[in-house]
Design a protein around this ligand. Structure first.
Ligand code: SF4
Length: 359
């Protein structure tokens, strides 16, 4: 390793958006709004004898009942994947569910550019509720800006047309867009990709996130330089924008704290939808050219204990961007996203802050 070599010639955009690998044959993939007779009929239609069922953390309580129901309605044996699952980026692998001919994934839509391990049915668990007129009256009372970008979790996408109609009738100028190849629907929010919002950011004064919890408002606030209001359509609750400047300040303080770090761990996930090996290779080259040591560490599901006792000063995580942003404090050493790592190396400026968009 030489510290005097000039930095590799590729720019930040090339490093952060490496070319996608050639497409493999695509297994069957179907989407269902919720659990019901259509899903059971489709499972029967595959003649699968063994099905693996994957449920997100919030739905595990009833997972055993659902597994029993699938068996009763389709005759297929059901393996319940027990590893925590956070997105449609980490399907059960062949070794986690040996012999399963079909996967049923709850709570997520497909990620179009992620290779499937086997035929997969996505059950998005859409919510039917939400009173558009009442929600608009809440926005009006809070004086939310009229030039508004709209982004939604998939669970609430069915409400979007009605809500937009009611907003426009009250003088709002609502903008929505299709996103990049990682997004299945226009206006969809994904924790690692808010390109549906980025596409309209220049035309709006604020964003409205339709959904529950702080996960998406936090990611969206880092991705777009606009205030993000959050509207829970089931509780009729409007949350004001998060402190974007404060959040970015904390991230930049972390970047500053590791500017002189010598030994870096470059984390790479083996999950089909979190594997950015080419980016990791590129980051190693840049680190070495800047006189740092860099070592690639491969994992599937990352656990803070995996990084204990290592002779490394800091990490850059090329897997799910939300590990560094939301859970980085759980790890024994500072953990940056790839754009933050390039900031720490001095290869891109600190401002404007760059969210780690997984493309
Ligand atoms: S990479 Fe992270 S944010 Fe993106 S879909 Fe997977 S779990 Fe969600």
């Amino acid at each position: 390793m030489s510290s005097n070599a000039p930095p590799p010639s590729e720019g930040a955009d090339e490093i952060l958006s490496p070319p996608t690998p050639p497409k493999a044959p695509v297994p069957l993939s179907l989407v269902f709004p919720r659990i019901g007779p259509e899903l059971f009929a489709a499972i029967r239609g595959t003649h699968a004898q063994k099905v693996v069922l994957q449920v997100p953390a919030g739905l595990t309580r009833n997972a055993h009942h659902l597994a029993a129901e699938i068996t009763e309605k389709t005759g297929a044996a059901v393996l319940l994947a027990s590893r925590a699952c956070f997105g449609a980026c980490d399907f059960p692998s062949e070794s986690e569910a040996p012999g399963a001919e079909l996967a049923v994934v709850l709570g997520h839509s497909p990620i179009p550019n992620v290779r499937l391990a086997r035929p997969t049915f996505f059950v998005e668990m859409r919510e039917a509720g939400g009173d558009a007129a009442r929600l608009v009256s809440i926005l009006l009372a809070a004086d939310v800006p009229r030039r508004l970008g709209l982004v939604s979790s998939i669970q609430h996408l069915d409400l979007v047309p009605k809500l937009v109609e009611a907003l426009v009738a009250h003088g709002f100028d609502v903008r929505m867009a299709s996103g990049g190849p990682r997004l299945f629907y226009p206006a969809q929010a994904l924790g690692c990709n808010y390109t549906t919002a980025e596409a309209v950011a220049a035309d709006v004064d604020a964003f409205l996130f339709l959904g529950t919890g702080r996960f998406h408002p936090l990611g969206l606030a880092l991705a777009v330089d606009r205030p993000v209001w959050s509207l829970d359509p089931l509780q009729n609750l409007l949350e004001p924008p998060l402190d974007r400047a404060g959040m970015i300040r904390k991230r930049l303080l972390l970047v500053a704290s590791v500017r002189d770090a010598r030994r870096w761990g470059v984390l790479v996930s083996s999950f089909a939808g979190q594997d950015r090996h080419p980016m990791a290779t590129s980051l190693v080259r840049h680190a070495v050219a800047r006189g740092r040591e860099a070592h690639v560490l491969v994992f599937d599901r990352l656990d803070p204990r995996d990084l204990e006792g290592r002779d490394l000063d800091a990490y850059v995580n090329t897997a799910c961007p939300r590990i560094a942003l939301d859970d980085g404090g759980l790890y024994p050493r500072p953990m940056l996203t790839p754009p933050e790592f390039l900031m720490a190396l001095g290869e891109i400026p600190l401002e404007p802050y760059r969210f780690d968009t997984y493309r």
